[in-house]
Design a protein. Structure first.
Length: 252
């Protein structure tokens, strides 16, 4: 009996002392691979795994819409009062007024979190992103500024990039006001200014961060953040999403 008490006392003392933590070396920062011309290598086929295309804010499930946690940093989009009313109207008319419902290009940043993969290709002076959705192609120029006299507004805007360490920073302006941020009616004006940051965090992961500015619609700038995942399938490639053909076939 006495031996049992001593054993119990030793066990209690051991537990009170707390867990013994083995000394582990600090995790080494991921070394981003380089292209043949020395830039951080972002190339490959990537895709999001979230529900932002339905609604970039927190949302409950509906028929055909999965529930999802929002990607807006801080949770809410800072709409001006009139714009909050417009957003609600957009939501009511989303099945017909959403640009995606009419097979139009969906703009930036929405093209990134569409439920289709995209491929990044790099040269010393340009990053090109090829999107499976309606064969959209986006050129990000690394050797120049936005043209000051651009006459037309663009569905995908005008994109100019630079490297900030291992991060690709993209500044995009000259947007049309005809695109939305998602299928729920979140919107912007022609004053939209987008700054994106693409950062490799591992062999098959990248962090995508985007800052939105539009003084005509929002009370202040706001951000979104989400991971991107490299597609792992053998012989993975972009396929075709012929939206216009499907739309026409559905009307017959």
């Amino acid at each position: 009996m006495r031996g049992g008490c001593l054993g119990l006392s030793a066990l209690l003392l051991f537990l009170a002392a707390g867990p013994v933590v083995a000394q582990q070396p600090a995790a080494e920062a991921y070394a981003v691979p380089r292209t043949a011309f020395g830039q951080p290598d972002l190339q490959g086929i990537w895709q999001v795994l979230n529900t932002a295309v339905w609604d970039i804010e927190d949302h409950s499930a509906q028929l055909g819409v999965p529930a999802g946690q929002g990607v807006v940093v801080g949770g809410e989009i800072p709409y001006q009062p009139w714009a909050a009313v417009q957003r609600a109207e957009n939501y009511e008319n989303r099945l017909t007024d959403d640009p995606e419902a009419n097979c139009r290009m969906v703009g930036v940043p929405r093209i990134t979190y569409m439920p289709y993969p995209f491929q990044i290709v790099q040269t010393p002076t340009q990053v090109t992103i090829l999107y499976e959705y309606v064969h959209t192609v986006r050129n990000i120029y690394l050797d120049g500024d936005h043209p000051a006299d651009m006459p037309d507004r663009l569905w995908m805007g005008d994109s100019r990039g630079r490297w900030d360490g291992d991060t690709l920073v993209v500044d995009a302006v000259h947007f049309t006001d005809q695109t939305w941020f998602d299928r729920s009616g979140n919107f912007h004006s022609e004053a939209l200014h987008v700054v994106e940051r693409y950062t490799r965090t591992g062999p098959d992961h990248m962090v995508y961060e985007v800052t939105i500015e539009d003084p005509e619609v929002f009370t202040e700038s706001w951000q979104m953040r989400m991971p991107l995942y490299r597609r792992q399938e053998e012989n993975m490639r972009l396929l075709e999403y012929e939206c216009h053909a499907y739309l026409e076939a559905g009307r017959e």
